[in-house]
Design a protein around this ligand. Structure first.
Ligand code: ZN
Ligand code: FE
Ligand code: FE
Ligand code: ZN
Length: 265
């Protein structure tokens, strides 16, 4: 297995992850990774929820801790990233805030559809009575909007809307196609995330057919576990690697100072 980099790790600052940063780094060394990148949740701008993200006041300490970790583990590549929620109503305020910190990369995520945290287990009952096709349509429209916003280097867990296993009966191929045409035109990368393997849906984000459409459009991809505890660093990367190779990917990308570098698979 090639030495890989996990670009999507959280820290206890977000209120729903655990472990010390050192433990994530030690776990990466144990798992023979070439590097890790932290991408904790950026403070939400539309609401304050201590169970979802750190506060704005904590951001400088988060940045400092990641930079210190880099110094403490010279043999390990340590990236400074951040995972930012995309909501149309707050997107305009993000750029100035993000520019305050020396991030290596900025991950955009769609976790909210018209105010509803659709991937939050606390609000899963909201699915009942919803038209799933309309929901999926709205999700992939927002993902395309996020790609076009120009704020992000990559988008996380691209088909997160499948998390709880609720799928529309209709064919969703053209939703994927429309979204991925926009992603390709925007030139943004997408994440292959093993987090879905730990969720009710039990499969990698994105699905194989979705990833094939990415490959056809030459969309570059990153690799992430979305670890919320040290043991999840590099979670089931062997399966992600197999899927990537199966659909024809020979490399993934990583970022330093918002610039892309390829990593051979
Ligand atoms: Zn999280
Ligand atoms: Fe996320
Ligand atoms: Fe995450
Ligand atoms: Zn995430």
């Amino acid at each position: 297995m090639p030495k890989l980099i996990d670009l999507h790790l959280h820290t206890s600052r977000c209120g729903h992850a655990e472990g010390r940063l050192e433990d994530y780094a030690l776990e990466a060394e144990r798992g023979n990774l070439a590097g890790i990148g932290f991408s904790d949740h950026f403070p939400l701008l539309h609401t304050r929820d201590a169970d979802l993200s750190m506060s704005m006041e904590e951001l400088p300490s988060y940045v400092r801790e990641v930079v210190e970790l880099r110094e403490a583990f010279p043999g390990l590549w340590v990236g400074l990233g951040i995972e930012v929620d995309y909501l149309p109503e707050t997107a305009g305020r993000l750029e100035d805030l993000l520019n305050l910190f020396p991030f290596d990369y900025i991950i955009g995520s769609v976790h909210f559809i018209d105010g509803w945290g659709f991937d939050d287990p606390r609000y899963v009952s909201e699915y009942s009575g919803r038209d799933l096709f309309t929901l999926w349509e709205r999700y992939f429209e927002l993902l395309g909007d996020a790609a076009e916003s120009g704020l992000f280097d990559l988008l996380a867990h691209p088909d997160l809307i499948k998390k709880f296993g609720f799928r529309p009966r209709e064919d969703v191929t053209h939703l994927y196609e429309n979204c991925l045409d926009r992603v390709a035109a925007a030139g943004i990368a997408l994440e292959v995330s093993t987090a879905g393997l730990r969720k009710p849906v039990g499969e990698i984000y994105p699905s194989e057919d979705f990833l094939r459409m990415c490959r056809e459009r030459d969309i570059e991809v990153t690799l992430g576990s979305d670890a919320h505890r040290p043991e999840e660093v590099g979670y089931r990367f062997g399966e992600a690697l197999a899927l990537l190779r199966k659909v024809g990917y020979q490399e993934v990308v990583v970022f330093e100072s918002r610039e892309r570098f390829p990593l051979s698979l």
